[in-house]
Ligand binder design. Structure first.
Ligand code: 13P
Ligand code: ZN
Ligand code: NA
Length: 284
């Protein structure tokens, strides 16, 4: 069923598996990601970019989520990804989202911290959880962010931020990036261990698309319990659709439901593979 983010992350963090946190963007991807999780018997986090919230509307998006998760046998939760806009945070919490990433990483860390404290208080009043970020993660995710590499904060600053805000999950910048990697990234795995050893807080791994199985396994063993995947789903969706449409053109056969069926099957396969890779398969 639909549960708070915490209920999904706690066991994953304690026993060291990663839960796929997948950026969905329409009805088909919501339904297919959920179906993949059910087939893998895996918990799953569905997340929405601000762009997706704006393009579909929070009401319609939440209604689709509610109807598609009714009676679902695996633990699932709805999360708002990178959101610098307090009004959108409030809108989604009101609509029923289970958690939010308040992304004020473009602000000075003191101001970020001050506002994150407010967001945590607001989220708590809805029984919701908060992911926090004080170092911008490199790359662009649905119009958010830039390719500039931001400065990592000191461990001391990170720990002070965690203590002051009481956030539930932290998103560090460790050489990871949104989008496809041009070269294999060098990741600061030690930073994950340092934070986890100091504060025992689950870590969100951003920029998951393009990382290797070895990198996932290492990061998950260190405490990355939430593993964000966006670009890989977009690619799977578009490539699958493109392949189908090329054939449709050749055959001069224009039947939308068979396109959806084809794309859905490829999305389900992708989700099952991620659940196997991250160790969440069978943990539903
Ligand atoms: P990728 O697009 O690299 O998978 O990153 C996803 C992400 O971090 C979403 O916040
Ligand atoms: Zn991200
Ligand atoms: Na990536």
């Amino acid at each position: 069923g639909v549960v708070p983010l915490k209920e999904i992350l706690d066991p994953a963090f304690q026993t060291r598996y990663g839960v796929p946190a997948i950026n969905i963007f329409n009805d088909l991807t919501i339904e297919a990601v959920l179906a993949g999780a059910v087939e893998a018997n895996s918990p799953v986090i569905l997340q929405t970019s601000v762009k997706t919230v704006r393009s579909i509307g929070s009401r319609v998006l939440f209604d689709m989520w509610s109807s598609m998760t009714r009676g679902i046998e695996v633990p699932v939760t709805l999360h708002l990804d990178h959101c610098p806009d307090r009004a959108v945070i409030t809108e989604c919490l009101k609509a029923g989202w289970n958690s939010v990433l308040f992304d004020a990483s473009s602000l000075p860390v003191e101001e970020n911290q001050r506002q994150t404290i407010e967001v945590v208080a607001e989220a708590r009043s809805y029984g919701a959880q908060v992911e926090g970020e004080i170092e911008a993660i490199t790359g662009v995710e649905d119009d958010h962010g830039s390719d500039e590499v931001s400065q990592q904060q000191s461990l001391e600053t990170v720990l002070a931020y965690l203590d002051a805000t009481g956030i539930d999950v932290f998103a560090p910048s460790i050489g990871n990036a949104h989008g496809t990697y041009k070269a294999a990234p060098v990741l600061d795995m030690t930073r994950v261990s340092e934070i986890v050893e100091a504060r025992n807080i689950p870590i969100a791994l951003h920029g998951g698309s393009g990382l290797s199985q070895e990198q996932f396994a290492d990061l998950i063993s260190r405490g990355c319990a939430k593993v964000n995947i966006s670009t890989a789903l977009k690619e799977t969706y578009m490539q699958s659709s493109l392949a189908f449409l090329k054939q449709a053109e050749q055959d001069n056969n224009w039947d939308p439901p068979s396109l959806f069926k084809h794309t859905r099957a490829d999305v389900i396969t992708m989700v099952k593979e991620l659940a196997e890779q991250f160790g969440s398969a069978g943990k539903g």
